[in-house]
Design a protein around this ligand. Structure first.
Ligand code: SAH
Length: 393
């Protein structure tokens, strides 16, 4: 491994276990690492700080270990094994009831650059760094060895790897590959068709599981509007919870197709549900109907810091429209998954939206991502999902 020596005083964030080394912190190297290689990081006096994947770019090293280690198969087995045991402890591995969970959540599992979602017999793997890309086969074999029942590993990194890197990532199966047919995931006793080949991210948003359960609790007898429904996760939980009727909206026709299929899988012939392929803002503009419960789970409005101002305006506009259409004594589940937007900023945007409508609004719950998307306490940037449940008088 090449040794990388930091400039004086640049070791402080690593001593506090923050896992990123910025390129500007590097003083010198005793060799030239190839992108994706493991490197050792030392302070300017040669004291060991950590080891991890080297990359060309503003984050030059993603630290994988704060102790000096041999990054061999047994290291990967220990690290991924630890991630799996956490998911067992969380009660997410319940064959026949729940086989869907995030196995590896990047920095949250001390594996920056790697995401692995498990859907029953298939795990979908995403690399965000060249190092994880280079080690993909070993990682896939380790996941299969660690998680009982996983037979197929699909690699989906064409859109997540840095486009400048000198690699040619191709999506495809690293292990196995199911015969054609339905890829079903089981979440809290509900079935969902997951399309990891063509779907967004790894095919399903596992991160809303706990929030869907909370929604189910409030669903009985209510008319529900699920905006930005994607696979219809919130809609299916609302139906199980006893909603009087459920409308799902997404601008993507493919998402509406998936939503209809998932409703039919769980509640065949249920006439309480209808889905609309329409832009969310237009739908709220044209729809004069009122609802007892509205869900707003839009895509990230701000992918970068410089987009935050516009994103906040977008959240305010969207939430104001929704709050106006909630019946008295109704609820709004509203989310932001923009990492660049802080919890306080999001809350302020929703506050401005409420004030604009002049309605009496109270916060009942403050929501976040579930425990299989853990936040490394030394890497607070990992907290990305924020949600509020509002009571509208
Ligand atoms: N709530 C979903 C995840 C939402 S992902 C779940 O629980 O799984 C965001 C969704 O918003 C995507 O499906 C995308 O197609 C949709 N979308 C993006 N822009 C939109 C718009 N302007 N109007 C309606 N839907 C939109």
């Amino acid at each position: 491994m090449v040794n990388i020596y930091l400039k004086p005083k640049k070791e402080e964030s690593l001593l506090r276990f923050h896992p990123w080394v910025f390129s500007g912190a590097i003083g010198r190297m005793d060799g030239q690492p190839v992108e994706g290689d493991w490197v050792r990081v030392l302070d300017h006096e040669g004291r060991f700080l950590g080891a991890g994947h080297y990359q060309v770019g503003s984050i030059a090293v993603r630290i994988l270990s704060f102790s000096d280690c041999e990054a061999d198969r047994s290291w990967w087995e220990r690290r991924i094994g630890r991630a799996f045991r956490l998911r067992q402890t969380l009660g997410l591995v319940r064959p026949g009831e729940n086989d869907t969970f995030r196995l590896v959540h990047g920095e949250g599992d001390q594996l920056p650059g790697l995401v692995v979602d498990v859907y029953g017999e298939t795990a979908v793997m995403q690399a965000h760094s060249v190092g994880m890309h280079q080690e993909r086969q070993l990682i896939a074999e380790t996941v299969q060895a660690v998680v009982p029942g996983v037979r197929h590993i699909y690699y989906k990194s064409e859109s997540t790897l840095p486009y400048k890197a000198p690699i040619d990532p191709q999506d495809g199966y690293l292990i196995g590959g199911p015969a054609d047919g339905e890829h079903l995931a089981l979440e809290s006793g509900l079935r969902f068709q997951v399309d990891w080949l063509r779907g967004q991210k790894t095919g399903f948003f596992i991160d809303q599981r706990d929030n869907r359960s909370l929604l189910e609790h409030y669903a009985p007898g209510r008319s529900v509007l699920n905006m930005f429904c994607y696979t219809g996760g919130f809609s299916v939980y609302a139906l199980r919870g006893g909603a009087e009727r459920v409308h799902s909206v997404d601008s993507s026709a493919k998402a509406i197709e998936l939503t209809n299929r998932n409703v039919a899988l769980n509640f065949p012939g249920d006439t309480r549900h209808e889905a609309y392929a329409e832009d969310a803002f237009k739908f709220l503009q044209n729809n004069r109907e009122e609802y007892d419960l509205i869900i707003l789970d839009p895509p990230a409005f701000a992918k970068h810091r410089d987009a935050v101002r516009n994103a906040l305006k977008g959240y305010q506009r969207l939430n104001a429209k929704a709050i106006r259409q909630i019946r008295s004594g109704g609820l709004l589940f509203t989310f932001s998954c923009s990492q660049a937007v802080s919890r306080e900023q999001f809350r302020l945007a929703v506050f401005s939206a409420a004030a604009e409508t002049g309605r009496e609004v109270r916060i009942l719950h403050q929501l976040t991502q579930p425990a299989d998307h853990p936040v490394n306490i030394y890497h607070p940037e990992g907290e990305y999902l924020k949600g509020l449940v509002l009571w509208v008088e």
